[in-house]
Design a protein around this ligand. Structure first.
Ligand SMILES: Cc1cc2nc3c(=O)[nH]c(=O)nc-3n(C[C@H](O)[C@H](O)[C@H](O)COP(=O)(O)OP(=O)(O)OC[C@H]3O[C@@H](n4cnc5c(N)ncnc54)[C@H](O)[C@@H]3O)c2cc1C
Length: 413
C-alpha cells in the first residue's frame, strides 16, 4: 500500500528551502592560500563548529576546513533529537560500562543539553527549538522491563525521569502498541542546519576563517611540533589539528578503520499534519526507530537500520526507498488512527559508529593531531560538551570527564 506513496524530494529536509527558507549553499570561500594558526579544525559539521566555538572562547586562533558545504555530512541529515544517554538504554549502558561510568556519561549528556540550550538562548539562535523532553517507548515486554530497570537506577541517582504505563500511552497516542515508556525531562528537537549556520556566523565574528569545498588531502608532521594541513588549493600551518570528521575519519588518517566505521541511516518527513500528536521526541524499539513532530505539523521519522543487514555499512547516502516505505508502514501500523499524509522529503546520512558505542576524543598516532568522533547516532546529545572537552584536552592535556571518552581506552587492543 505504501508503495503508492511517492517520495517527492530525495534531499535532506533540513538543507532545503522548505525548512531553512533558502537552499543551503556555499557561505565561505575555498582555501587558496597559506594560513598559519594555532589549531586547524577539519570538518564543518556540528562537532567541528562546536570545537571551534570552544577554542575561540579560550582565545585560540583557528581555521576550519570543510570538504563540501557546512552541515553536508550527518549534521544536516539527522532528525534533530538532543537526547540524554547513549545509543543503549541505561540498564545496558550499566552492563557495558559499569554503573558509575554509565551515570557519569548520562550526566555528561545532561550537561551538554544545558550547555547547548544555554548557547542557543544566549546567542539568540533560531534553530526551531522544541524543548519538551523525550519519550523512550517500549516496543516489547522485555524492553519495558529494561526501561523500568533503567528508571530505578536513574531516579535513585537523582535523575529526573518518569514512567508511563501502556494505558497512559494508549490514551496519549490512541495506540495500543506500546508496553510502557521512560520519559526524560532532558530532551529536545532542533533544526540542526540552522544551528550549524548560526555557530559558523559566531565563529566568523570572532575572526575564525572557515573554508568550504576544501577537502583535506594530507596531514604532515611539518616540524617537530607543528603540522601542515594540505588541501588542493592551499595549506594551513598549525601547532595542532583536530579531525571532526566522524564517519569519514578513516578516510583522512590511517588507523581508524576499526575504531570509527560508517553506517547509513534513513529518514523522511511528511507534509504538514494538521493536528498535534507528539510533543516529545520519541525513541522506540531500543532506539532503532525514532520520530517527532515539527512545529508546522510535519512528522519526521528515522530508523530501520536493523532491517538493512550489512548493507547499511559504508559511505553511501543513497536513499533506500524500500526501507523508507517500510518505515512509513511501520509508523502507521503503530498509529492506525492517524490519517496518512504523503512523504515530502526522504534522505539518508552516514553516521560514525565507534567500537564501543562511545565518542572517541584524543590524539592520533601523530601526537599533535587529535580526533573527536564516533558518536554512534547520538552526536547532538554530546555536541557542545564534547566540543568543549576536546578543546580542553588539546590545550590543557585533559578536561572535565576526559577519561570517559579518551582514545587511550583502546590502547593494547
Ligand atoms: C538519519 C539520521 C538520523 C540521526 N538522528 C540523530 C538525532 O536525532 N540525534 C543525534 O544526536 N544524532 C543523530 N544522528 C547522528 C548525528 O547526525 C551525528 O552524530 C552528528 O551529526 C555528528 O556530527 P559531526 O560533526 O561529527 O559529523 P558530520 O556532520 O558528518 O561532519 C563531518 C564533516 O567532516 C567533513 N569531512 C570529511 N572528510 C573531510 C576532509 N578530508 N576534509 C575536510 N572535511 C571533511 C564532512 O564533509 C562533514 O561535513 C543521525 C544520523 C542520521 C544519518
Amino acid at each position: 500500500m505504501s508503495k503508492n506513496v511517492q517520495i517527492m524530494i530525495n534531499k535532506p529536509f533540513w538543507l532545503t528551502k522548505s525548512s531553512l527558507g533558502f537552499e543551503q549553499s556555499r557561505q565561505f570561500p575555498q582555501l587558496d592560500s597559506k594560513e598559519t594558526v594555532d589549531i586547524c579544525v577539519v570538518g564543518g559539521g556540528l562537532i567541528g563548529n562546536f570545537i571551534a566555538y570552544w577554542l575561540s572562547e579560550m582565545g585560540i586562533s583557528v581555521v576550519l576546513l570543510e570538504k563540501d558545504l557546512l552541515a553536508s555530512g550527518s549534521s544536516g541529515r539527522n532528525t534533530g533529537f538532543i537526547l540524554p544517554g547513549t545509543v543503549e538504554h541505561f540498564n545496558r549502558s550499566m552492563t557495558l560500562h559499569g554503573k558509575e561510568k554509565a551515570l557519569a556519561i548520562w550526566k555528561f549528556t545532561e550537561r551538554n543539553f544545558d550547555q547547548m540550550l544555554g548557547i542557543i538562548k544566549d546567542e539568540s539562535i533560531d534553530c526551531d527549538l522544541q524543548e519538551n523532553g523525550s519519550l523512550i517507548v517500549a516496543s516489547s515486554k522485555q524492553e519495558d522491563i529494561e526501561l523500568k530497570e533503567s528508571f530505578v537506577h536513574l531516579s535513585a541517582s537523582g535523575i529526573q525521569v518518569d514512567l508511563l504505563t501502556s494505558s497512559e500511552l494508549e490514551k496519549k497516542f490512541k495506540s495500543d502498541q506500546f508496553f510502557g515508556a521512560l520519559k526524560t525531562k532532558v530532551g529536545a528537537g532542533i533544526q540542526p542546519v540552522k544551528l550549524v549556520n548560526a555557530l559558523s556566523k559566531i565563529l566568523s565574528s570572532r575572526n575564525i576563517k572557515i573554508y568550504e569545498n576544501s577537502p583535506v588531502l594530507d596531514i604532515c608532521e611539518y616540524e617537530s611540533n607543528s603540522l601542515q594541513i594540505v588541501t588542493e588549493g592551499g595549506t594551513v600551518d598549525c601547532a595542532m589539528a583536530v579531525l571532526a570528521t566522524n564517519a569519514y575519519t578513516s578516510q583522512v588518517i590511517s588507523g581508524f578503520d576499526d575504531l570509527i566505521f560508517p553506517f547509513q541511516g534513513q529518514a523522511f518527513v511528511t507534509e504538514p499534519f494538521p493536528s498535534s500528536i507528539f510533543d516529545e521526541v520519541v525513541y522506540a524499539n531500543y532506539g532503532f526507530e525514532y520520530w517527532r513532530q515539527l512545529r508546522d505539523g510535519r512528522l519526521m521519522i528515522g530508523g530501520f537500520r536493523e532491517k538493512d543487514g550489512q548493507k547499511g555499512e559504508g559511505f553511501s547516502t543513497e536513499v533506500n526507498s524500500e526501507l523508507i516505505h517500510g518505515l512509513y508502514d511501520y509508523f502507521y501500523q503503530l498509529f492506525p488512527k492517524v490519517e496518512r499524509v504523503p512523504i515530502s522529503h526522504a534522505w539518508s546520512g552516514t553516521m560514525g559508529f565507534s567500537k564501543d558505542g562511545l565518542p572517541i576524543v584524543g590524539n592520533t598516532k601523530m601526537p599533535h593531531c587529535f580526533v573527536c568522533g564516533g558518536f554512534t547516532g547520538h552526536g547532538l546529545g554530546f555536541a557542545s560538551a564534547i566540543g568543549e572537552l576536546t578543546a580542553q584536552v588539546m590545550v590543557n592535556g585533559k578536561g572535565d570527564a576526559s577519561e570517559l571518552f579518551h582514545i587511550s581506552r583502546f590502547d593494547g587492543g
